[in-house]
Design a protein around this ligand. Structure first.
Ligand code: PEP
Ligand code: CO
Length: 444
């Protein structure tokens, strides 16, 4: 029998050792009394949008920070991240003629799984940074002690972020007549920025043409608003449990911390606590699939998380590596297809292509990111299935965290503007560049 706390009888990996049991209890009871961040009806709406992706009628763009930051939290930063995602969606929709389902890694992406309990920063061994929902990233042993108050801070930052996203996406900023305004200065100056400008110009001309034909565009809400969904890794189960609510309409449980939750590569054990928890909430779910995953194991996860085989319920996010995707993806596709689950296949070209630069910074090459996406498309084409989407770590800022791209960031330039608290993100230019390449792959 599933209940919001039934995960507690299973082994839960990657949970912090909270030092103050009493403080944690108090925080959790406060969280349980706070309003939900999203509503069950919205999660169902996203599930039906994802069902269209599963059927090959739309494309999923899931993107945002590796790890949201308490320090980088301002209206401008949220707006700039949204701008890039809207721009990418325009490039994909216009370039490939498919609707794009837009999901942010945002408004809740604050907890990080770590491969090791400690890490070396500037020569000192420290407890690992686990996301701002748990501890602080500064290189100080005291800052690394988990603090339950951070769960509340993450909830409130998520609420404020989501509020602004709702205002931006429903209140005029995402209106298609604003398509030029999403191009930030440092992007507009680049070749891909100019390419974007010319699409924006064509869209404007098309809108003018329709208006001149007597079509009343003011009543077409699709031109003036966008649906933008939130997602994060459901890692800290005490937090996810505290935000899980029973929907008054259907009597079913939803994790109201985000529209879509995913289980990470390190915590997706079939009998583990994370899979147990997610199996009982009715939100659409993601599962990260790394190079070690065996096809039968993936099908067992599908059976557990999607026993009714509902299209849109599950998104399998493969992160196999540029060099191995063409070898590892086909058996996964075949086996899942034969199992009867109608899943969304999304490509995360980031997490299996990470390495340490000579200067000791985690980085990724733009070319590897693109190569994994190409391999992903190639395999789907060969097997006649739909390459449903991409899952990207990016930011709207002009950071230097990933190598290459048209701006050609070099290894010795990484530390110029390297601000991520966890994994390296594509900057806005690299992200727009990538969207043009993906649009070309989709067209082909
Ligand atoms: C992530 O998405 O930031 C992450 C940790 O991914 P994975 O679980 O695939 O390693
Ligand atoms: Co990451």
């Amino acid at each position: 029998m599933w209940s919001p706390d039934s995960w507690q009888s299973r082994e839960a990996l990657q949970q912090p050792d909270w030092p103050q049991e009493a403080a944690l209890k108090r925080v959790l009871s406060e969280l349980r009394a706070l309003p939900p961040l999203v509503f069950a009806g919205e999660a169902r709406h996203l599930e039906s949008a994802l069902a269209r992706v599963a059927k090959g009628e739309a494309f999923l763009l899931q993107a945002g920070d590796c790890s949201e930051s308490f320090a980088e939290f301002s209206a401008d930063q949220i707006r700039d991240k949204l701008k890039v995602i809207l721009q990418m969606a325009v490039v994909l929709t216009y370039g490939a003629g498919v609707p794009v389902v837009k999901v942010g890694r945002i408004a809740g992406q604050f907890a990080k799984p770590r491969s090791s309990a400690t890490e070396i920063v500037d020569g000192i061994e420290l407890p690992s940074f686990r996301g701002h929902m748990v501890n602080d990233d500064s290189p100080d042993p005291l800052a690394r002690i988990p603090d339950p108050e951070r769960l509340l801070a993450a909830y409130h930052q998520s609420a404020a972020t989501l509020n602004l996203l709702r205002a931006f996406t429903k209140g005029g900023f995402a209106d298609l007549t604003q398509v030029h305004a999403w191009n930030q200065e440092f992007v507009a100056a680049s070749a891909q920025g100019r390419r974007y400008e010319s699409i924006a110009g064509e869209i404007e001309a098309a809108l003018r043409f329709m208006a001149a034909c007597g079509i009343d565009l003011s009543t077409e809400s699709n031109l003036h608003q966008v649906d933008f969904w939130t997602s994060h890794e459901a890692l800290l189960l005490v937090y996810e449990e505290a935000l899980t609510r029973r929907d008054s309409l259907t009597g079913k449980y939803y994790d109201c911390s985000a529209h879509l939750l995913w289980v990470g590569e390190r915590t997706r054990q079939l009998d583990g606590a994370h899979v147990e928890f997610l199996s009982g909430v009715c939100n659409p779910l993601g599962v990260k699939i790394g190079p070690e995953a065996r096809p039968e194991e993936v099908v067992a996860l599908c059976d557990k998380l999607d026993p009714q085989a509902v299209p849109g319920r599950l998104t399998l996010i493969t992160r196999l590596g540029a060099g191995r995707v063409e070898e590892l993806l086909p058996p996964l596709l075949e086996t899942v297809k034969n199992s009867g689950h109608e899943v969304v296949w999304a490509c995360d070209p980031m997490h299996a292509n990470t390495f340490l630069s000579d200067g000791g910074l985690k980085t990724r090459r733009f070319d590897d990111v693109l190569a994994e996406i190409r391999g992903f498309f190639q395999v789907h084409k060969k097997l006649g299935s739909w390459p449903g989407g991409i899952h990207i770590e990016l930011t709207g800022e002009n950071v230097t965290e990933c190598l290459g791209g048209l701006g050609d960031i070099l290894e010795d330039q990484l530390d110029l503007r390297y601000t991520t608290t966890c994994d390296p993100r594509l900057n806005a230019q690299q992200a727009i560049d990538l969207s043009f390449r993906v649009a070309e792959l989709l067209r082909a």
